[in-house]
Design a protein around this ligand. Structure first.
Ligand code: 13P
Ligand code: SF4
Length: 304
């Protein structure tokens, strides 16, 4: 059954000259079928150069929105309507406006994990892969960063001369928030030679205990350069699937077995097949919002 679906997906992809992009948290079979798999930054770069007229996005809704914003003349579809990242919805244009009134001299920098509507109210976008580089290169000292308070903490550690203000003050990713310092200590006791790599969406106390804090693509680079043979990985389990496939001689230990993004895992072979067949569900963003959001993504590209 699943081999039939895989064959159908490959035929439809070819027939329709579609490109399939997948995020690192997707199931292994979806990653295998994809033309390109990466972190949010790599995917944003990739979509800015796409020639195909049909883009199928296996990832969170905000990633597909980025593809649609950067390709207004192309059709961007997503296999499920249930891939809305809860953290992206912790921030709204209303909250941004309130903070802007409170901090009139601050610049608004939004994590790409934000809705297209919120990004239309931002000056610049960042991803976990380029946040430090972008923030270091802007002249403003006071910076409102949302929606992830943990990413804001990570940036503040790396760029201490800036004043980083998280907006809202308690935005977080429920998957990464599950990791506790006690999980790191326990796993380190079990695997004393392992290198600990965590995502900047983890809590400050977890980041402080790690050997390396970086994006999902940064984790792959770290593994490829490191002399270690064992790694404790603090992010969603899909990335461990990719690491195990690419580095079969190394051992990858999840910081927690429960680190699963329910939203991203809503994408399946079956809804991917239906998505290609019926060219659904199309991402449609009103042009005014799309034009404003595009500016803040393009500024990110310029600065990184
Ligand atoms: P990356 O850009 O590091 O892949 O992270 C995206 C994301 O949604 C993390 O939860
Ligand atoms: Fe959103 Fe967290 Fe899922 Fe990433 S892992 S898409 S931040 S809920």
């Amino acid at each position: 059954m699943s081999q039939d679906l895989i064959n159908e997906i490959m035929v439809l992809k070819k027939q329709k000259n579609a490109i399939l992009l997948a995020h690192n948290y997707q199931a292994p079979i979806i990653q295998d079928l994809a033309d390109f798999t990466g972190d949010s930054l790599e995917l944003a770069h990739k979509v800015s150069k796409i020639k195909a007229n049909l883009i199928v996005f296996a990832g969170a809704e905000f990633m597909a929105e980025t593809a649609a914003i950067l390709n207004p003349s192309k059709k961007v579809i997503i296999p499920s309507t249930m891939v809305k990242c809860p953290m992206a919805y912790m921030l709204s244009p209303k909250i941004i406006t309130e903070y802007k009134t409170k901090y009139p001299n601050a610049i608004v920098v939004l994590y790409i994990n934000s809705t297209a509507e919120s990004r239309a109210f931002a000056d610049i976008c960042i991803t976990s892969g380029n946040a430090v580089k972008v923030i270091s290169s802007i002249k403003e000292r006071e910076i409102l960063i949302g929606p992830d308070k943990n990413l804001a903490y990570y940036i503040q550690q790396k760029v201490p001369d800036k004043k980083i203000i998280p907006i809202p003050d308690n935005g977080y990713c429920y998957v990464h928030q599950k990791f506790q310092p006690s999980d790191v200590r326990r796993k380190k006791e079990l695997y004393p030679h392992a290198e600990v790599i965590v995502h900047p969406e983890t809590e400050p106390a977890v980041q402080d205990l790690a050997d390396k804090v970086t994006s999902t693509a940064g984790m792959i680079i770290e593994v490829s350069h490191s002399k270690s043979k064992e790694f404790i990985i603090g992010t969603e389990l899909g990335l461990l699937d990719r690491l195990r496939k690419e580095y079969p001689d190394k051992k990858f230990i999840p910081l927690l077995n429960e680190a699963i993004c329910i939203q991203q895992k809503k994408i399946t072979l079956y809804n991917l097949y239906l998505s290609l067949l019926y060219e659904r569900y199309q991402i449609q963003i009103p042009s005014e919002i799309s034009n404003h959001s595009r500016r803040c993504i393009e500024r990110m590209f310029q600065l990184s």
